[in-house]
Write a protein that binds this ligand. Structure first.
Ligand code: ADP
Ligand code: MG
Length: 673
């Protein structure tokens, strides 16, 4: 193992330049090099044009029948056509943008060409010219960057393999390997880089995937174990009687899903290990009531609790809700946001430090320097996906480890949650309170705009309020804003009786809050918003939402937006205005009209978009897997997790698994994401 950890410069012929080229690919050690797998394989097999399948990639062998014809199509673009006589048939072969190949063809000579066969045109789109000496068979194709060629990389991998193959050890224990018919690590690496045939490549790939998933899960488990040990958590001996009283004070009964997850959370509070739990539930499923009860419990045990939310509007709204809830129980709630005066801030911080405040609500200001808690027992993070992975971890590392409850309304299919939040326990509210009116959703093309206006008019006449979501134009907030302003002006002209407001991301928080407050107080009838329309903001009288260019939004995002309406007793309507340009976009709109089930939507979204897009790149905390795909390889992921867990249960120190232990130790220095 240790020899594999040497820098790539230990390989003969690797100077600073090659080293830099390798670094571009994330390769710094011999180990990295051996584990840098091909992105695909080309099977260089000579085929007959009699049996070739349409679109098949193959090698044709034939005589060059004419001088190649080169057409320049502008800067960097060109077309090279050459005729090849294959089995008495003249086959045209076209190469795109490889003008230099012109010199490789000599009339009357034999050529071996690799490319994609078109059955209908009986022609080949050329990809490679093979030299006569070149062996045909499987060839690996690596992802490379400018500073290092395919050829050089392959040479280095071969050199590393020849010199170090004996050092390759198996991090996956032998019993697991046999149980699932996996290759050894050495066989796997050989099969990934130098497969003899398709079957060997596939077997190697399967093992590589398993190993990757297994090691990832092992890292997660170890991370969790070590954080449990390093920082002992708090035992919060809350009062069950008080908590029962608190729940009694709600104007409703908890749903059975709410009761179940609350039980899970309360059990965590009493345990000495720090809680690290993700609570997921669809918009409106009543997460706040659950969180409020947990906070209440923690306070009855003599601790402080903090509720962190992503925006100031939300902080204020939650603060007001909690104020009402806790008042009868003489608990002191405070709001800590960025817009306190220095004096107010100082005073509040002092109260938090003395412990005269029991519950603090706020944005990330809650955990800035200078804010010290007397006895912080529980931290609740709402809309946790809006906080970065780093922020979430930083927070948990403040002093003695408080219990942490994270909440999200973006339901994550269980399998993916295991990957993304594997170090967290998961609680799910999978039921909405009774009597909730599902939002009726319709999709209309822009040509039906008249009907939408007519509908809006009818609704406004009945004193309803409406959101109009401006289209997402591009990454640029500027353009979105221009659009939103235009929509507001147009609507105001059309609906002379109504008050039309505007809220967008470039307003400062006070301005945003004023507009939201005006909408909440029904001083505004229509609120035009860019997508920043704050998650979680409650306006029960808003029963209509029109989303412009809905095809540009992801399903989960549409569902979130739609969750802003249908929060009162009235039926609510969501209209998706969209001219979808492709099948996927069309599918998405249809699914939206068919279901209100956030989990179903999330699953569909995943299938349509893939995991990376689903979370949005930087917020995801999703690991970048090299070979495995957490969505497609779900079953394997689950197996790998079970096996990793079992192993740690029996042997938490990994005394019997020195290779795995060494691997985890090495990885402990690098970040998980
Ligand atoms: P979430 O945060 O999960 O989106 P909230 O906690 O804001 O949902 O709850 C949405 C609304 O439903 C709130 O007005 C809340 O008072 C109400 N609510 C919560 N739980 C129940 C329940 N069990 N029965 C009826 N209404 C409930
Ligand atoms: Mg909420």
């Amino acid at each position: 193992m240790s020899e594999l950890m040497q820098a790539v410069s230990y390989l003969p012929g690797v100077g600073p330049k090659t080293q830099a080229g390798l670094a571009d690919l994330g390769i710094t050690t011999i180990y990295d090099l051996l584990y840098y797998f091909p992105k695909r394989y080309d099977d260089l097999i000579i085929k007959s044009v009699q049996t070739a399948q349409d679109q098949e990639k193959l090698v044709l062998e034939g005589l060059v029948a004419s001088r190649p014809l080169l057409k320049r199509l502008g800067y960097k673009k060109s077309l090279l056509v050459v005729r090849l006589i294959v089995e008495n048939e003249a086959i045209p072969v076209t190469f795109f943008n490889q003008p230099w190949l012109q010199d490789r063809f000599v009339e009357g000579q034999v050529a071996l060409l690799y490319g994609r066969w078109s059955q209908t045109k009986r022609s080949l789109t050329g990809m490679k010219v093979l030299s006569q000496r070149e062996q045909t068979g499987m060839t690996e194709v690596y992802q490379t960057k400018k500073r290092l060629s395919q050829k050089n990389l392959r040479k280095l991998i071969t050199a590393a393999w020849q010199k170090y193959q004996q050092q390759i050890e198996d991090p996956v224990p032998v019993n697991i390997r046999t149980k699932y018919h996996l290759l050894t690590a050495r066989q796997m690496i050989a099969g990934m880089h130098f497969p003899q045939d398709e079957a060997q490549a596939q077997a190697a790939r399967r093992t590589a995937k398993f190993q990757e998933l297994f090691l990832y899960q092992a890292r997660l488990i170890q991370l969790r174990l070590s954080s449990d040990q390093q920082a002992p958590g708090l035992v919060e001996n809350y009062s069950s009687d008080y908590v029962a009283q608190f729940i009694q004070s709600f104007p409703f009964q908890l749903t059975s899903a709410q009761s179940r997850v609350l039980k899970e959370i309360l059990a965590d509070l009493r345990r000495p290990q720090p809680m690290a739990r993700l609570l997921q539930g669809d918009v409106g499923s009543g997460k706040t009531a659950v969180a409020a009860s947990a906070i209440f419990a923690s306070v009855t045990a003599g601790f402080q609790a903090a509720l962190m939310v992503p925006t100031e509007i939300l902080a204020r709204q939650h603060y007001q809700k909690l104020l009402r809830l806790y008042q009868p129980f003489q608990m002191k709630v405070a709001l800590l946001t960025g817009d306190l005066t220095p004096k107010e801030h100082r005073e509040l911080v002092a109260q938090i430090e003395q412990g005269s405040v029991n519950i603090v609500v706020g944005t990330h200001a809650l955990f800035q320097k200078g804010v010290t808690y007397r006895q912080l027992g529980l931290v609740v993070i709402d809309e946790q996906h809006r906080f970065g992975v780093k922020q979430r971890r930083a927070l948990r590392q403040k002093g003695t480890v408080p219990d942490t409850l994270m909440m999200t309304a973006t339901p994550i299919p269980r399998t993916l949650a295991i990957t993304a939040y594997g170090e967290l326990d998961l609680s799910t509210i999978d039921e909405l309170p009774q009597g909730r009116q599902p939002v009726s959703t319709y999709w209309l093309r822009w040509s039906k705009l008249d009907q939408v206006e007519h509908f809006l008019r009818l609704q406004l006449a009945q004193k309803a309020q409406a959101f109009v979501i401006a289209p997402l134009v591009s990454e640029s907030e500027q353009l979105d804003l221009a659009n939103a302003e235009e929509i507001q002006q147009k609507l105001q002209k059309h609906f002379t009786q109504a008050q039309v407001g505007l809220v967008h991301g470039q307003m400062n928080s006070t301005a945003k809050e004023e507009v939201m407050a005006a909408f909440q107080a029904h001083e505004l009838d229509i609120l035009v918003a860019t997508t920043v329309v704050e998650v979680g903001v409650d306006v029960p009288n808003a029963t209509v939402m029109v989303i412009c260019n809905a095809e540009r939004f992801g399903l989960s995002q549409l569902h979130q937006l739609r969750g802003r309406i249908g929060r009162g007793q009235q039926t609510a309507t969501c209209i998706l205005l969209a001219d979808p340009k492709n099948e996927t976009a069309l599918q998405r709109l249809k699914i939206m009209t068919e279901t209100n089930d956030g989990f179903r939507l999330a699953q569909q979204d995943l299938q349509l978009r893939g995991a990376g897009d689903f979370f949005g790149q930087n917020q995801s905390g999703l690991p970048q897997f090299k070979v495995a795909d957490p969505v497609a390889d779900t079953a394997m992921l689950t197996t790998a997790r079970q096996e990793a867990r079992a192993l740690f249960t029996v042997d938490p120190q990994l005394n019997r698994y020195p290779v795995l232990r060494a691997y985890l130790k090495m990885k402990a220095q690098t970040s998980l994401d």
